[in-house]
Design a protein around this ligand. Structure first.
Ligand code: HEM
Length: 366
């Protein structure tokens, strides 16, 4: 009797065991080295290794990584939910259109400069056996894994390639108002103001070539090869200078450090009441910034798709190096230089780097 009444439990336990085994079952990849949860991911190990060696110069967090990350956004945000609702074509989101229709989309003003990385990536796309849509998001995630302090980003494959270009004006500009940026990000990717702030953690590994074209490669924070929180600290400091010689350019406002450039959009988002507390919350919270960026990036990479239709190949992404530095004010600056914006919490107390005022301006050749 007792045995009989236990039967249903035994059956359930056995069923769970089978389900677990199915979930954790891995396939051996044809390369003889790797295993994967889905055979479709096997190809990505080799593509990853080639990108690391040949595109990212042996696991650097340099220019190609920064440009590849920017490209993930400019491709994915090419989507409009309101256009679709109105029965019009609103773009395909993360569909590779930016590279497939390079001739059209790189002429859109907001896409200035992305042609370089599209052209650099093209031979790798061709050898990868991936769709262009998948490749762009994959390359961004692999590149970011080289940046100390970055989260390990998720990777999905299975997107179909675009058959037509995205419409113009889907990519926000640095001179856009906060209203317009938040509206565009909501329409493009259903992003909340907090998710927009999270996505902008990307500007911690970033520089501008075209905002002030006389000083290409000018970074947004003092540590552009680290995925740290300095971007959120330094954008909250009072701006005192323009890094270039020809004053303010469209979309540029003053920055607090020699050799650092500040986008008007980053400045206004750091101060607007809808976004300033989220912005400040990342200033000394690396873990929170990492997890918020990881989640928002994942959402961005599947714009125009249903995640359930895609294959999760996140296991291919390497663990990023740990961050060794702590949040700080650059030398010469203190809490007194903070423009407090969040109304409900004070900007955190941070140490100031020792030594003469920090400059990230390139040293002129002697
Ligand atoms: C919300 C609105 C955003 C605006 C207005 C904006 C604007 C800009 C601008 C003007 C540049 C400089 C381009 C140049 O002159 O070379 C830039 C660079 C960059 N952006 Fe954004 N961006 C936004 C959001 C994002 C997002 C969501 C991501 C990624 C998830 C991203 C990633 C990058 C990266 C990595 C760079 C540096 C590229 C490099 O160093 O070559 N941006 N952004």
């Amino acid at each position: 009797m007792a045995f009989k009444s236990m039967l249903p439990f035994v059956t359930v336990a056995a069923a769970l065991q089978v389900a677990n085994a199915a979930l954790t079952r891995r396939v051996a990849c044809p390369d003889g080295v790797n295993t994967a949860t889905n055979a479709a991911c096997c190809n990505l190990f080799a593509v990853r290794d080639i990108l690391q060696d040949q595109l990212f110069d042996g696991r650097e967090c340099g220019e190609e990584v920064h440009e590849s990350l920017r490209l993930t956004f400019h491709d994915a945000i090419g989507f409009s939910r309101s256009a679709v609702k109105a029965g019009k074509f609103g773009g395909g989101g993360a569909d590779g259109s930016i590279a497939i229709f390079e001739d059209i989309e790189t002429n859109f003003h907001a896409n200035g400069g992305v042609d370089e990385i599209i052209d650099t990536q093209r031979p790798f796309v061709q050898m990868s056996n991936m769709t262009t849509a998948d490749f762009i998001q994959f390359a961004g995630a692999i590149g970011v894994s080289n940046c100390p302090g970055a989260p390990q980003l998720d990777v999905f494959i299975g997107r179909k390639d675009a058959t037509q270009p995205a419409p113009d004006l889907t990519v926000p500009e640095p001179f856009d108002t906060v209203d317009s940026i938040l509206a565009r990000m909501l329409d493009g990717g259903d992003f909340s103001p907090a998710e927009v702030v999270a996505l902008l953690a990307s500007h911690t590994v970033a520089a501008a070539d075209h905002v002030d074209p006389t000083i290409p490669g000018t970074p947004f924070d003092s540590t552009p090869s680290l995925f740290d929180t300095q971007f959120f600290i330094e954008t909250q400091l009072r701006g005192t200078l323009f890094p270039g010689s020809d004053g303010d350019n469209q979309g540029e406002v003053m920055s607090p450090l020699a050799g650092e450039i500040r986008l008007q959009s980053d400045h206004t988002l750091a101060r607007d009441s809808r976004t300033n507390c989220a912005w400040q919350s990342f200033a000394n919270n690396q873990a929170m910034m990492q997890s918020a960026f990881k989640a928002a990036f994942r959402k961005m990479t599947v714009i125009g798709h249903n995640e359930r239709d895609l294959i999760d190949c996140s296991e291919v992404v390497q663990t990023p190096p740990a961050l060794k530095a702590n949040p700080h004010f650059p030398a010469g600056l203190t809490h007194a230089d903070v423009e407090q914006a969040c109304a409900t919490a004070f900007f955190p107390t941070l140490p100031t780097d020792p030594g003469p005022a920090t400059s990230v301006a390139p040293v002129p050749p002697s």
